[in-house]
Structures are given as structure tokens and as C-alpha cells.
Design a protein. Structure first.
Length: 330
């Protein structure tokens, strides 16, 4: 409860007469601080046993609140704690015996497994977001987890199992696999598109020598040999500039295909997005539904455009043969 209320600080409520009647006991401490203290106490009480899922969910809410403020030390460490607890609880193996058909294997009901999947993917989403901003490796290993993508909210709330799939390793396969399940889950489609952002960021961010990357790229593209010269930023990489450029082009082509696969209801085609504001004003009762739908459309479109930026960031203002800066046409 405190974690959910963390976006409201005590100072913002201090002028409310009803709040003042509650006394001054809470007047100096934001909800997120109290939530964090309660979470830490609950974790300490677990000793060497892993905490229950509800504690991890509260920790996820607090980490999300911190990451919305910034991606600095405290938020970064809080996210790391979420990741460690998720692995400790074996959330990365929730569907180790599943074939993606939505059926329940073992003793756990499907709805319980789905709740664990959602906790895992919530952490995954925060991990991807934070690692892109900080230009750091992700804390979660994408190649070593067996967790099906989440189904749509309505099916989960009604306890109806739906087919899903794992996050594929190939650029195109992850979209094809999800499309074949017939999934209309907004979150699942956001996750697979968001994964391309991280792929592009990793490929297009060589490291400390970024300011020289254009020159190195020109050299690599002009070379006719496959054994391109190794550069300092490549010391820990098996790919040279030519290989990286090829992968970025493959990713760009994959992105063009992937934009045609999601359900039409999630595509942005220039329509006006008011995030449910009009429905709220006319009291239709659908403002929450529209807000979530428009947020999903906007979020997916934003990830597509961010992937393009990551792919082309070294070419956007690359000089042409006459030395003129020509912006890349997206």
C-alpha cells in the first residue's frame, strides 16, 4: 500500500484538512521511505530463505518509483536487488517445463505462474530501461531464462489461460513467435519491441572511443578485406566494424518487418492520442481503458523510433563527400 502511494509525498498532502486530522506522525517521511523500510525489514526477517512474492512486488514498485526520478545510485542498486531476489526465487525458470501452450505443469495454477511472469517481466523492463540510459550491460541474462511473455490483462484477471511464447533470440523470430500465438497483450508486444532497443544500443555503442567511431566506420566500409584492423574499443568484442555494420543493417530490416506484425489496435498511424482525457471529461467510464490503450500505442511507437535512433546515431549528421552535414532520413 505504501509503495502504491509513493508517488504522493506527504508535503503534497499537508494542506489537505482531512490529512491534517490524521496527526503529524507521517508528516516528515515520504511513503516510499516507509515502504522501503518495511521491505528491508521483511527481507531481514527472511534470513537465508527467499522472500515471498509479495515482498518482491513491493520492491518492484519502489524501484520503479526511484527509476522514474532518475537512474542514479539508489535506483540502480534497488533494481539490482530486484534482480537478485528474482533469481533467488527462480522466477527465471517459471516455465522451464512449458511448451508455450498456456497449460499448467506441476502443482501451481496458471494464474499463479502468470503473476510470477509479470513480476519477472516488470524487472526485465526496468533493467532494459536503466541499462540503456547508463550504457551498461543488463543485470538479467536474456539467454538463460524460461519465462513466457505475459498474456493480456483481461485474460489474467479472469483466470483464463492463453497461449504465449518465449522471447526469441532472433530479431524476427521473436515477433513471428508472438504473432503465431495470436497474442493481443499490449505488454508482450512492448517487450519484444523494447528488446530491439537494447540490441541496437549494444551494437552501436562501442565504448570509450565513440568520438572516433565515424572514422573507424569509414575505414571499415572502405576495406575490401574481411580481417579488419582491431581498434581499442573492440578489445573485448568478437565483432569488428564491418560485422557490426552488417548486424545494424539486419536489425534495421528486421524492424521494418516487425512494424507490420503487431495487432492493428496497437499501431500508431497518426491518430490523435488524448490518453482518455476526452472520455474522462464526458464521464463515459472508459477513460482508464483509453488511457492504457493510448499509452501502449505511444510506448510501442516510441520504442520503434528509439531503435531507429540507436541504429543510425552515428550517421545522422555524417558528412557527405563534399563535407556537408546531411541528416539521415528515417
Amino acid at each position: 500500500m505504501l509503495a502504491f502511494a509513493s508517488k504522493y509525498t506527504i508535503s503534497s498532502l499537508s494542506q489537505d484538512p482531512e490529512f491534517q486530522q490524521c496527526g503529524s506522525q507521517l508528516s516528515e517521511l515520504p511513503f516510499v521511505e516507509m515502504a522501503t523500510a518495511s521491505i528491508n525489514q521483511a527481507i531481514d526477517e527472511c534470513g537465508d530463505e527467499h522472500p515471498p512474492l509479495c515482498v518482491l512486488q513491493a520492491l518492484i514498485l519502489c524501484a520503479h518509483w526511484l527509476l522514474c526520478k532518475n537512474v542514479r545510485g539508489r535506483a540502480w542498486r534497488s533494481l539490482g536487488l530486484c534482480i537478485r531476489h528474482a533469481y533467488e526465487m527462480n522466477l527465471h525458470l517459471v516455465d522451464a517445463s512449458s511448451m508455450g501452450d498456456g497449460s499448467s505443469h506441476g502443482q501451481e495454477p496458471w494464474v499463479v505462474k502468470e503473476e510470477k511472469r509479470r513480476a519477472w517481466w516488470a524487472i526485465w523492463e526496468m533493467d532494459t530501461f536503466a541499462s540503456v540510459l547508463r550504457r551498461c550491460p543488463t543485470g538479467m541474462d536474456w539467454k538463460q531464462h524460461k519465462v513466457l511473455l505475459p498474456v493480456d490483462d483481461k485474460s489474467w484477471s479472469q483466470g483464463r489461460s492463453k497461449p504465449s511464447c518465449f522471447l526469441g533470440t532472433g530479431f524476427i523470430s521473436r515477433f513471428k513467435d508472438l504473432a503465431e500465438t495470436g497474442s493481443k497483450s499490449k505488454k508482450a508486444w512492448f517487450i519484444v519491441i523494447n528488446s530491439l532497443v537494447k540490441e541496437a544500443q549494444v551494437l552501436a555503442s562501442p565504448g570509450p572511443g565513440d568520438r572516433f567511431y565515424n572514422g573507424w566506420l569509414d575505414t571499415a566500409l572502405a576495406s575490401d578485406t574481411s580481417n579488419a584492423e582491431r581498434y581499442p574499443w573492440e578489445s573485448n568484442s568478437v565483432d569488428g566494424p564491418q560485422e557490426i555494420m552488417t548486424k545494424l543493417r539486419t536489425l534495421e530490416n528486421s524492424l521494418q518487418y516487425c512494424m507490420t506484425v503487431p495487432p492493428p489496435s496497437l499501431n500508431y498511424e497518426g491518430q490523435f492520442l488524448d490518453f482518455g482525457e476526452h472520455a474522462c471529461n464526458v464521464r463515459t467510464g472508459k477513460s482508464s481503458e483509453l488511457r492504457h490503450r493510448h499509452s501502449s500505442i505511444f510506448g510501442i511507437y516510441l520504442m520503434v523510433e528509439l531503435t531507429k535512433v540507436m541504429i543510425h546515431k552515428y550517421q545522422v549528421f555524417q558528412p557527405d563527400s563534399q563535407g556537408t552535414l546531411v541528416p539521415h532520413n528515417f
